[in-house]
Design a protein around this ligand. Sequence first.
Ligand code: NI
Length: 134
Amino acid sequence: MNEEIIRFGVSMPKSLLERFDEAIKRRGFAKRSEAIRYLIMKFIYEEEHIKEDEEGIGILIVVYDHKEKNIEDRIVDLQHEYLNEIRANLHIHINKRKCSEIIILRGKVSDIKYFAKKLTSIKGILYDNLIILH
Ligand code: NI
C-alpha cells in the first residue's frame, strides 16, 4: 500500500519529551515516529474493538502514595460500591512510600471504565493503567 505519509507537530513540555525519548530508547524503538505509531495503533485497537455495552474483564493497576491522607480508605470505599464487578484485588507494597493495587473486575465495559475513572481521580494516585479484555 502506497499511502501518503503525513507529518504533524506535537507540543509538549521539554522534560516530558526527554523522558519519552529515554523510554523509547529503552524499549528499542529506532525512531520517535515509530514509537508514536505503535502507541496510536494500540490506542485505536482498544477504541475500535472494545465496545462500551459489552461484557469484559478489566485489570486496573494503580500506584499511589500511601502517605497521602485517607487514600487507602478512599480506594477501599470505592471498591465497596462495585461489589458485583470486583472479582479480585492484589495489594503490593512497592517501597516505604509507594503501594500498588491491582483490581480485577468483570462487568459492562462502560462500568469498568467509570470505576477506573473514579478511582484514578483520587488525590495521591501516581500511575494508572487499565487493561480491558473481552
Ligand atoms: Ni502497601
